[in-house]
Design a protein around this ligand. Structure first.
Ligand code: PLP
Length: 399
């Protein structure tokens, strides 16, 4: 399989696997409850707190700012709803997001709009980036939370969070950024005016099912669930010590590997782009300036092919990419991101490289892409001359 869908999920890094194994099977044979006071509990608690320090160090935060969650979706919900509810306590009931946020932010904000909050969804440009001035134009002293993603999961477009943070530093609104896609290749972290961000482990080498919401301690946040209040009183539930330890190890490994990954990915994406655009009717979407897009992502529109056949053909040839775009239940659907960017190609592809991608993967995937598109355009069946390749894998959809 040539796996070019790292933006959906990337393989677990060895450091994270080792941490997971160590804490699933600790030396004394018991993974205690980190809230228990006996030795097994204390040892598990140490694992959680070490991970918290690793995360804080990577994100210019304090350990007390870090809340462990089940992943990006929970982190985004906790930030958007938790900050909105806290703002409402002092009469601020306005929420601002962009039109291309991940559903974890977008649907959370839309739900708040059914619960007495007002919502502004700020439009983006054709390249998927939001104009900072357009965001600022809708922020008022009644705004509780502004959520603008560092980088978009489909197009890889990066926003100017520094400028937004600087402009909001003295305003009552709390700025949150979804840094889920950006963390693997770009330095992200809290900064003056940016008090909340979300990460998801499976996008940079931790197992799925663990993430963090980094919420500056000085900022009020209401919990999503009520219970024992284990994590700061903001997130109830027994700590997932082994997953949290794996997350901390993956954070360190990803930061150490960031520079290498960014430069390898830049070259690999340039090669994919070169081969793909040598075909007629292939459009590259997203920002043109390298500084405005993620090094790992390539978003293409392809004329003259049906999205479902393209997806099927690539899958059958053993190339895993995201087609169409649908973060929800696995079915290809029209993406709100491409719609918001005014992209109307019949078929779109997101190719995303990651820390395990080899140049050979890139060459093979590029060959297959050209072959499948050419066959489909010529009206030739995918299997006319025998299968395109052996070894199928299920193409994932965008997440
Ligand atoms: N935010 C962005 C930008 C994402 O790409 C994803 C991934 O699906 C999420 C949030 C949700 O993360 P998770 O899959 O950990 O719930």
């Amino acid at each position: 399989m040539r796996y070019l869908d790292h933006a959906a999920s990337t393989p677990v890094r060895p450091q994270a696997r080792a941490a997971l194994a160590q804490w699933l099977d600790p030396d004394d044979g018991v993974l205690g409850n980190p809230s228990a006071t006996h030795a097994a509990g204390r040892a598990a608690r140490v694992a959680v707190e070490v991970a918290r320090e690793q995360v804080a160090a990577a994100l210019d935060a304090r350990p007390a700012d870090v809340v462990f969650t089940s992943g990006g979706t929970e982190s985004d919900n906790l930030a958007v709803k938790g900050l909105a509810w806290a703002g409402a306590k002092s009469g601020r009931r306005h929420v601002v997001v962009t039109a291309v946020e991940h559903p974890a932010v977008r649907e959370a904000a839309r739900w708040l709009a059914t619960q007495g909050f007002t919502l502004d969804e700020v439009p983006v440009g054709h390249d998927g980036r939001v104009d900072v001035e357009r965001v600022l134009a809708v922020v008022t002293d009644d705004t509780a939370v502004v959520s603008v993603m560092e980088a978009n999961n489909e197009l890889g477009s990066c926003n100017d969070i520094d400028a937004l943070a600087a402009a909001l530093v003295d305003r009552p609104a709390v700025l949150h950024t979804d840094a889920v896609q950006a963390f693997a290749t770009r330095p992200v972290g809290l900064r003056p005016g940016l008090d909340a961000l979300s990460l998801s482990g499976h996008k940079f080498g931790a197992p799925p099912g663990v993430g963090v919401a980094v919420l500056r301690r000085t900022v009020g946040v209401e919990p999503l669930f009520h219970g024992g209040g284990q994590d700061r009183g903001v997130r109830s539930g027994t700590f997932a010590a082994a997953l949290d330890a794996a997350f901390g190890a993956a954070v360190e490994a990803a930061v150490d590997d960031r520079h290498r990954l960014a430069s390898t990915a830049t070259a690999q994406v340039a090669r994919l782009r070169q081969v793909a655009t040598a075909l007629d009717g292939v459009h590259v979407h997203g920002p043109t300036a390298a500084s405005d897009r993620l090094a790992t992502h390539l978003h293409l529109g392809i004329d003259g092919v049906e999205a479902e056949l393209l997806s099927f053909g690539l899958d059958q040839a053993g190339v895993a990419v995201s087609t169409g775009a649908a973060c929800a239940a696995g079915a290809a659907a029209t993406s709100h991101v491409t719609a918001a960017c005014g992209i109307d190609d019949a078929a779109v592809l997101r190719l995303s490289v990651g820390w395990t991608t080899t140049d050979d993967d890139v060459e093979r995937a590029a060959d297959v892409l050209v072959d499948v598109v050419t066959r489909l355009r010529a009206g030739r069946g995918l299997f006319d001359d025998g299968p395109v390749d052996a070894g199928a894998t299920t193409a994932a959809v965008t997440s």
